[in-house]
Design a protein around this ligand. Structure first.
Ligand code: F6P
Length: 355
């Protein structure tokens, strides 16, 4: 029964109706939603689909590539290459941008995506997702490298799908962030979470704490204060979460607030952070910002970073506004030398290493 329910196509067409080129962007969004549906079916088949496991070759970043990374990448290319809306595509799974095949017309939009984020979780049946970002180049043509070097502020749409107990597609077209749930009976994405708002305050933080020895002082300070809870400066208890699947992490933050951190660290000195600017940090930052949250690298507004490489990494801190602002302040105080020095538990007041 569809009556009274808003499907994703109806929603997108209505939101874009007053914009130039609304039909092209709407058609592209419908193709993205179709790709997400087919990925959802693949992921849901689990071991029965024969898709699980790793390939012998890794991807260009030296990371293990799962069979599903490759299959889901193909699914998005095939669903989106033919419609005449795209100037080109780029993805985590391809070294270079993808050219629209000669048999299809080129359009003006760029689609940049991570087809299966958190794929290391797939073999253990934990939620994974697809992340996407869309830009308007302003004219129909075959995209070149420079076309992709735009700041996140120029995104015209962004979103993600989370393949969890239910499949949800969360989307922003620059007018709020909205969530759709896949109704497997009708095959439609139905608007179930209009105008999502991230609470400004939270008592939940997410970080890979095994990297603690590589963190910078502002992050050490923040996490220490959270862990001290009621007995420390924050005067309230915090919970920590780490799913190791950014889509699932960001989805939780959109639903009930929280802060996600993959900060700058000294673990891999040759790269700035762990997450990719173009297809992880930028789209997630737009989604979170459009829901009233905030995103930063600690020192810079994520959406204002001008990319120089397709697979560039950045530090990423996003989520509930007041906590993200606090972390920005801790970074500023650290740079200015006015922060509270971090005292390691090993060398603090009651440590066994003190005289
Ligand atoms: O692609 C990046 C990613 O899988 C994210 O989804 C996740 O947040 C992060 O890496 C997990 O990192 P780690 O392996 O350090 O826990």
């Amino acid at each position: 029964m569809l009556q009274g329910r808003t499907t994703i196509s109806k929603f997108v067409i209505e939101q874009l109706r007053d914009q130039d080129n609304h039909s092209e962007l709407s058609a592209l969004m419908v193709d993205v939603a179709a790709a997400v549906k087919s990925i959802s079916s693949m992921v849901a088949r689990g071991s029965l689909g024969g898709y699980l496991g790793a390939l012998e070759s890794g991807n260009s970043h030296g990371e293990t590539q799962k069979k599903l990374d490759v299959l889901t990448n193909e699914a998005i290319l095939q669903h989106c290459e033919w419609g005449g809306q795209l100037a080109g595509m780029a993805s985590e799974e391809m070294d270079e941008p993808y050219q629209i095949p000669d048999e299809y017309p080129c359009g003006r939009y760029l689609l940049i995506f991570d087809p299966l984020d958190g794929s290391s979780n797939i073999d253990v049946n934990v939620s994974v997702g697809t992340i996407f970002s869309i830009y308007d180049t302003g004219r129909a043509h075959a995209a070149r490298f420079d076309d992709y070097m735009r700041t996140g502020r120029e995104q015209v749409a962004a979103g993600y799908a989370v393949y969890g107990p239910s499949t949800m597609l969360v989307l922003t077209l620059g007018q709020g962030t909205h969530g759709f749930t896949l109704d497997r009976e009708s095959g439609n994405f139905i608007l179930t979470h209009p105008d999502i708002q991230v609470p400004a305050d939270t008592s939940e933080f997410a970080i890979n704490a095994s990297n603690e020895r590589f963190w910078e002082p502002p992050i050490l300070r923040y996490v220490k204060e959270c862990r001290e809870g009621k007995t420390g400066d924050r005067e309230r208890d915090f919970n920590m979460r780490w799913i190791a699947s950014m889509v699932a992490e960001v989805h939780r933050i959109l639903m009930r607030g929280g802060i996600f951190m993959y900060p700058k660290d000294s673990k891999s000195p040759d790269q700035e952070g762990r997450l990719r600017l173009l297809y992880e940090a930028n789209p997630m930052s737009m989604v979170v910002e459009q829901a009233g949250g905030l995103a930063t690298s600690g020192r810079e507004d994520i959406l204002s970073i001008k990319p120089e490489e397709l697979h560039q990494c950045v530090p990423l801190i996003l989520g509930s506004r007041n906590e993200v602002e606090r972390l920005i302040r801790y970074h500023q105080e650290y740079e200015a030398g006015t922060d509270k020095p971090y005292v390691s538990p090993l060398f603090g007041e009651r440590s066994m290493f003190r005289d």
